[in-house]
Structure formats: C-alpha cells, structure tokens
Design a protein around this ligand. Sequence first.
Ligand code: IMP
Ligand code: MG
Length: 193
Amino acid sequence: MPSQIPASVRQRPLEDAIERVLIDADALAGRIRELGAVISRTYQGQDLLLISVLKGSIVFMADLIRAISIPHEVDFMATSSYGTGTQSSGVVRILKDLNSSIEGRNVLIVEDIIDSGHTLNYLVRILQERGPASLRIVALLDKPERREVQTQVDWVGFSIPNDFVVGYGLDYNEIYRNLPYIGVLKADVYRGK
Ligand code: IMP
Ligand code: MG
C-alpha cells in the first residue's frame, strides 16, 4: 500500500508544530529581492542556468527567478541525503539528474539550506566534472555551526542557528513545505510524541 500522511499529522493544524517563526514572509521577500539583484548584476549579458535542488528549494527557486531580471534557464536535480528525520547521513544519491548538458555554461545551484555540507559538496564535485564555464551556489539558509565539510557558497540568504526548521519549501518527513515562513519545528514533533 502506498504510504500516506499519518492521521495524527492530518488532524493537527500545521502551525501547532511550530515553536516560533524564525524568518517571516516579508523578511524572506526582501532578502530574495536583494539576492535577485546581485545575481542579475553578476551575470548581466551572460548565459545563465539555474539548477534547483529538489524538493526543498522549490519555493525559494520560484521566488528567486522572479527577482532575477536577466534572461536565464532553469533545470532541476534531486538528491537524497536524509531519507527521513533530522540528521544527515553523509551519503548522497542522485534521484533525478539534469535534462541537459551544462558544459560551457554559467551554472548557479539553488539550494534551500546548507547543513553538514555533504549534499552540496557532492553536487559541486559531480557538476564540476561536466565542465561548466562557471559554477556558483546560492543558498537561502546556512547553518554554519553544523558544517562537517568545507563547502563553497557564493550567496546566502540567512545564517541561522542550529535548529531544525521547516516551511517555505523545507520539510520534516515531507510535511510543512507550504508554510509561508521559516519556522523552528517543535522538538516533540520529531521526537514523535
Ligand atoms: P547537508 O547535506 O547536511 O548539508 O543537508 C542538506 C539538506 O538537508 C538540505 O538540502 C535539506 O533538504 C536538509 N536539511 C538540513 N537541515 C534542515 C532543516 O533544518 N530543515 C529541513 N531540512 C533540512
Ligand atoms: Mg535539499
């Protein structure tokens, strides 16, 4: 039988799982406008391909591309590092690869959050091998305290403390992506109480 959203989750208002709002919708919109402006200036007159790392970056990607004023293309890639839960395994798999070649192109990876750094490190390594003209990274969130491996990041939306966050595309067990803000998940949610 296909897995379903557990009844205990369905019957609870989404907001009940949130300890506090860390970054509200206005702050997100303002920062993404700034990132869009910087990216537009950086690549003015150049070829540009944005790669969204599914699924966590979809909401950020959707807003970011509308804050970018220059012509660009988008593509999507999916990796898994967590399975379910809140701890990184350090093991990264490609679940969905890009639709087209990135050889000779200016590539900008769009990530939701950099935590241990394993996912991004792995992505950068395999994409570099494909010979892009340039490869940069923009991440909405960064948890510097949690870094286990050195990671290249060119632009960060917000540096945040070491809390597990959801909303604005980020999930816990695939839920909470639709919250319009970044919120800290209550500990009892991931302890399963
Ligand atoms: P890393 O490989 O440990 O850097 O993990 C990066 C991925 O883990 C992100 O792209 C997210 O999908 C997920 N992740 C890390 N921290 C959080 C969090 O606080 N909330 C939701 N997802 C997270
Ligand atoms: Mg992700």
